[in-house]
Every structure is written in C-alpha cells, then in structure tokens.
Design a protein around this ligand. Sequence first.
Ligand SMILES: C[S@@+](CC[C@H](N)C(=O)[O-])C[C@H]1O[C@@H](n2cnc3c(N)ncnc32)[C@H](O)[C@@H]1O
Length: 439
Amino acid sequence: MHKYDYKDHLNSLISSYKRDNSVLEINFKELLPELKIKERYTHSIHSYPSKLIAHIPNYFINNTLLSKEGDTVLDPFCGSGTVLLEAKLANRKSIGIDINPLSCLISKVKTYDYQDSKLLDLVNDVRLANSRKMSIGKFDVRNLAYWYSTDAIRNLSKIGSIIREVPASPEKDLLLLSFSKTARIFSFADPRISVPVRINPDKFPKGSRLFNYYSNRLKWISDNDPFEFFINSIESDIHRIQTLVTHKGNIPLIIQDDFITTDELDNTKVQLIITSPPYNGAQKYVRSTFLNLGWTDLCSSKDLLSLNMNTIGRESNFSNFIEYNFGIKEIDCSLENIKKVSKDRWKLSASYLYDMMLSMKKIYDLLIDDGFAVIILGNSRVVGTEFLTSDYIYLLAKQIGFKTHLRINDDIKSWGLMTKRNKTASVINSEQILLLQKG
Ligand SMILES: C[S@@+](CC[C@H](N)C(=O)[O-])C[C@H]1O[C@@H](n2cnc3c(N)ncnc32)[C@H](O)[C@@H]1O
C-alpha cells in the first residue's frame, strides 16, 4: 500500500459499499502493519480510557480524498489526542475539544513543539527543588487515605508542591503529565482496570496467581520511591517528545469545554472531522481519571460531579433528563424495550442518544460544504441485548442530512478499547466506522 495517501484504496472501498450497500469488514491493524503504535512518536505518553488505535486516523487523515496538507482536522472528543498527533504528522492543522481536563493536558503535551533547550534543565531543576526545604501543600483527591499509603501521600505531596511552584508553561504541563502517571501507579488502584478498584490480595487463595500479583504490587509500592519514578517518567517522556523533532509545526488548538454547548468554535469551519465519541455507559471517564485530576490540581473533588454531569455516556446524574421522540423507528423501539426492563438504563441510553444527536448536528454545522466526517463507534450491551450504537448514529446522521459513503466493521484486537462493565452490560469487541459527507 502507498505509504502516505490511501486515496485509491478508499475509493475502491466506497465503490464496493455503493454496490453492495453492506458493512465492510476491515482490520486496520492488518491493513497498516507498518504502524508500530507502541513506539510511534508520543502516542504512548500517557494511558487513557478507550484510546483509539492510531491506524484509523492515520488511514483517513493521510487521504487526499478527504483533506489536503494545510487543511484543518477537528476532533470534538479528542481524549488523549490520537487524532491530533496523526494530524500533526500528516501536516494538517487540528483542533481538539474535550470536557475532561486530563485529556486536554495529555493532548497538549503529546503534540507540542518543545524546544530542546527548555527540556534539558528540567530534570536538574526538579532535583534541585526537591533538595530544598519547602512547605508541602495539601491535595484535593477524593478519599485520599483509602487510595494511598501514608508514605505515598507524603512523597506525592512533595512532588505536587514542587510542580505548583513552576509558572504555567508547556514545560509545567510535561511535569504534570509525568506526575499524573506517578500518582496513579503509587495508588492502591488495580493497574489493569481503568476505573480505580482497590487491590486486595487476600480476596484470592494464598499462592494463587492473582494473590501473588497483587501482593507484588503492594510490595512494589512500598519498596519504590515516587520521586525517582517521577524523574524516570520525565526522562522517558522527554525522549518520546524528541522523536517529534522532524515534525515541527501545526500545534493543535486544544479547547477544554463541553462540545455541545461550547461557543469557542462559533466562527470555525473545518474540512475534516475525525472522532471516536464516548460509548453508551461504557467508559467512566471521570471515575477513571479522578486520582490524576486531583493530584494535578486539574479538577477539585467538588467539581467532579459537574464534570460528570456534562460527560456524554455517563452512567448516572440524569436530573435534567427529558423524554424525546427521535422519529426514527429503530431508535424509539429500542428505547421502549429498554424502558420496560430498566428505567435507569433507559434514561442512560436515551440521554446518550439525545446528546449524540446534538453532537452530530454540531459536527454537520462545523463542516465546510461537502466536508467529511469519520465517526468511530462501538456497539454495547444494555439490559442483556445489543445496543446498536453505530446503527443509531448512522440513522441520526441520515436524518440530519449527511450522505453515508462507507460503513466499516473493525474487530478490536487492542485492549485499549475493551472495558468490563456491570452485569447489565458487557465487553465491547468491535467498532464501526462511518464515513459521512455533508450533503
Ligand atoms: C472515546 S474517548 C476519545 C478517545 C480518543 N480518541 C483517544 O484516542 O484518546 C471520548 C472522549 O469524549 C469526551 N467527552 C465526553 N463528553 C464530552 C462532552 N460533552 N464534550 C467534549 N468531550 C466529551 C470524554 O472525556 C472522552 O475523552
């Protein structure tokens, strides 16, 4: 396959969809095997729930059928900035929006043009600050004593206090990002699950695999020094950032706001939108990130509630819920069926679709005439049956006026998108991609 423009390939997919009008099966990891994501620039600088595999934005951004160099790509749910980094690498301008401040921090550091000279002294400056006597501040992390040992609280508070003294700057953002990772890894939260769950080896038979794994985790926390881990993180993050040296230019505009209500884009039109919006109740972005948000002063424990209130796909907080008739048989029937089984799940699903309808309308308005949108979605299970998110968004897009050029199904082999939920829901294992054009 041609390395930098997948136009002919995409054209043939579009023709095939036009002919058969059925969802195509494509495995993007197999299609673009040369993309080794783990070592690809700054992609792995920080973990994030439901992170997109870079193959998908890479394929659609490097495609002159959809955009040219210098055009602007928007991701209205940018998460950890996967689309923004791929846009930068493909010489496109980009704009990212996310309601979650941690997501904006990761996106900024991932895509900024750092000057080497400013990074060189960073580790020494931090070491110097650590050797000085200083007053140690308090950090607003919910249930701090439940999630951390007394030693970890003391050591992390010292690191946080050092960072508080650094003036606001891209370098401070880098320190905050390394600190965010340090704060999570020194917590008692299970590293294998994105929503914090306190580990407890005693829940498993002595000598079993999980007993040993969790016992070793506890030992690792007490044997290691958060400050040294923090320093190592900064060094490896600088190393990742230095791989971007040949891709300077096109620093994205990153906006921390609610996409549905933001007026920051009032005078903006873009050529291409690529986004993986939240799933229905599938990822708890605020619960997954509250430890990081608290330690980095990005969100106080009091403000977590209002952050969650406006997060699409949330599992609770439906005080402003309004019943809405979508006028689309498949959606209205599905919601009726869910309502018969669980009022809570109905509110969750109806609010999700309502928010997504508003988002899709805004996506339509923000595109230039004939502009393209690539929407990556996963189905999920609600009250025991499949919730066909991609079908519903496809129908909503059609109602809004979008033309559909392509529907692709990609089996998810990456654990980044996998998420275990409660008993009324289950694991997402494939995602669908819609290629839409403003009509
Ligand atoms: C599936 S994730 C995006 C992941 C991203 N593509 C990546 O690779 O990291 C969806 C994102 O939507 C954000 N989100 C949820 N509700 C939002 C809203 N109302 N406005 C803007 N962003 C929102 C969440 O915070 C989350 O980061």
